[in-house]
Design a protein around this ligand. Sequence first.
Ligand SMILES: *Cc1c(COP(=O)(O)O)cnc(C)c1O
Length: 481
Amino acid sequence: MSASSDAYDEVLARAKAHALEWLGSLDSRPVGPRRTADELLAQFAQPLPEHPTDPAAVVDELAELIEPGLMAMGSGRFFGWVIGGTLPAALGADWLVSTWDQNAAMRLATPGTAACEEAAAAWSLDLLGLPADSDVGFTTGATMANFVGLAAARQALLSERGWDVRSRGLAGGPAVRVFVGAERHDSVDLALRYLGLPAPVAVDVDEQGRIRPDALAAAMDLLADAALDPSVTDGSNAADVFTIVCLQAGNLHSGAFDPMRESIAVAHARGAWVHVDGAFGLWAAVSEQFAEAVDGLDLADSWATDGHKTLNVPYDCGLAIVRNREAVRAAMGVHASYLLNDDSGPGDPFEKVGEFSRRARGVPVWAALKSLGRAGTIEMVERMAQRARELADGIRLIEGAEVLNDVVFTQVSISFGSDDRTRRVTELLLADGVTWMSGSKWHGRVILRISVSNYSTDEADVERAVDAVRRAVAAADVLVG
Ligand SMILES: *Cc1c(COP(=O)(O)O)cnc(C)c1O
């Protein structure tokens, strides 16, 4: 059977109809899902059919079964976790990526997607103000982008010490210390774990969750002194210790940015590699508004960010950016007889990420940036921050509500007094369905957290969301009263 376009006609027509129905429902449907995974599993887990089913009928059934279990993450009133929406151009591009079905590993095999991704990478570096000759790998997300950045760090620092981690592994080699702000994202710890690196040393942060450069210096010096101690006999003497510092651009709860220039100076003076986790916050660098917050960002050695958060391309997409190309390619790349390695300069896509085979997830980045242009990208990021301020200002006026953070970017953390009251408000708010915000805990307090990460969130969404919070607070007090 040939894969003629006829075979796809009906199934794609059905997929488009379901897609438009879904997108059209976003503004009116309750944001949360109406069924649990267990309930839905009972529907999906039919006996495996013995015989084929018509593809268009499969797509219809899939859309029908799954619908009650979908979270309206693309709604302008979805503020949960940190989750972006989808720009139209990015969605269209993403459909084509699936249709073309390129294994985007090698330049010589799939030059179209390679070139498109290289252009997307160059545009991203330009917008973010990062070194233009950095390598950019398109990962599944910031977790894997952290992994790639830290793998490059491990490679480079060990190689400087004459230790080839590729042949020798880590055992018996130089010891490593990793320093992070106490409020780093857990994915940094995960990435270290994947790499066989030890759990990081948590450095004190200020009231907004920013690492304190003086505390970073003190922690690094303390451990360097300990390593010089002759009583340390585990081989971790100072010459053999290599250090990595992970900074954060965009704190999950406050949106705050670690002081980059000062922290990077502290780290570099002590020979450390500096990696920046900027899953959502790195994109602040596109706007002059945040110039002070990200000052010095470009001095780091590697950066991780997401496409699927602030940039609003569909899941999944992250960007692993590494200044030292040799390090990342040595860590992630491979040469083999069956591969078509292209060593002409830009490097093969698979040498910059953890996967051999992967979809061309950088293509929607190109489409997103092409459709927005520089001005549109800046405007989108500034608008998200503006909406966050509006939400904070609206909620602040509600009886007993307290905004706990300085709203410097897209994140707002709120308490409604006692932990119990905040918990009740959160439950009632999510049951109401007009908006979705995340319950969380920050500085020992139960909070309600907002992340504005959708390009489409407008003033009407803000108003409806604030009204919903007000209703939830009133209902919570009635329950108690
Ligand atoms: C979301 C997030 C991550 C993890 O990113 P994924 O895309 O989920 O892998 C890491 N760091 C921060 C600050 C985040 O907000």
